[in-house]
Design a protein around this ligand. Structure first.
Ligand code: PLP
Length: 285
């Protein structure tokens, strides 16, 4: 069965699906994206993801090219046509096709829309979560607005490749003050020695992850202390537990940061229990 993509109004086999070389996404990374988890055929936290998509578009002054309702229909159709039960649905919107010129194209240029979906290896993911992952730290080299979910991901690509080359699954960016911002494709969390759950405040310096937002709600139902504050690499090395969050991974325990073992080197009880609890708090639609 060929994989099917939605591209600017048409459903096409992936091999035939394409955008113009003058698409501003291709020329300038001038676009945004969203990734939602698909679980047992339902979209997880779709409303929050679409709100964030809207915000990213607004920040870049790209008009939403179709109604939110139409987008949700397309997302479902792509999930159905690709027979995805457990996986992800990906939405990308760019400023559209125009003769190459850095400034915005003429008014009326229609933004491009691509939607794809694919299955994820849930068994493999669970196995990884049961073992925990290794992360490396890398200098923060991104622009000043990672809160916008832009398709411009070159520093993230290089960071992820550096992680892979060192046998790690994720890279955590570290700012000039030695504080961890977030991962190349995840938010970063630690649980300190005195049992405080910590993640960096969602200012302009990180993406406000939807998994992060929902997990904060989960934390409010627990008798755990939680603080949004910055934390250093040194503090992370000394943490009892660490974990990463993203829609495609939920709560992924971290058992090693650089060459330092976290806790006893196995996934911590809090990370494990938050992973189990997550979907009871997430919206399904
Ligand atoms: N931070 C970055 C840089 C990301 O790319 C992602 C997800 O792709 C996240 C955090 C996690 O966001 P979410 O929980 O919405 O998937």
């Amino acid at each position: 069965m060929p994989r099917i993509a939605y591209v600017n109004g048409r459903y096409l086999p992936i091999r035939e699906a394409s955008v113009s070389i003058e698409d501003r996404g291709y020329q300038f990374s001038d676009g945004v994206y969203e990734v939602c988890e698909v679980r047992a055929g339902a979209i997880i936290d779709e409303r929050l993801h679409l709100e964030r998509l809207r915000r990213s578009l607004d920040e870049l002054r790209i008009p939403l090219p179709l109604s939110p309702r139409a987008l949700t229909v397309i997302m479902r159709e792509i999930i159905r046509r690709n027979r995805v039960r457990d996986g992800i649905v990906y939405v990308q919107m760019t400023r559209g096709v125009a003769r190459r010129d850095h400034a915005f194209p003429p008014p009326g240029t229609t933004p491009s829309v691509v939607v794809t979906a694919r299955s994820l290896d849930t068994v493999g993911n669970e196995r990884r979560a049961a073992q925990g992952i290794t992360v490396i730290t890398v200098p923060e080299t991104r622009w000043a607005r990672p809160d916008i979910k832009s398709i411009s991901l070159l520093p993230n690509v290089l960071a992820k490749q550096a992680a892979r080359e060192r046998g790690a699954a994720e890279a955590w960016f570290v700012d000039r003050d030695g504080r961890i911002t977030e991962g190349a494709s995840t938010n970063a969390w630690i649980i300190t020695k005195d049992r405080e759950v910590v993640t960096r405040p969602a200012d302009n310096g990180i993406l406000r992850g939807i998994t992060r937002t929902v997990l904060i709600q989960v934390l409010k139902t627990r008798s755990l202390r939680f603080e949004e504050r910055t934390f250093t690499v040194a503090e992370a090395y000394e943490a009892d537990e660490a974990f990463a969050t993203a829609a495609s991974q939920i709560v992924m325990p971290v058992v090693r940061i650089d060459d330092r073992m976290i806790g006893d080197g196995t996934p911590g009880p809090v990370a494990k229990s938050l992973r189990e609890a997550f979907h009871a708090h997430a919206e399904r639609s």
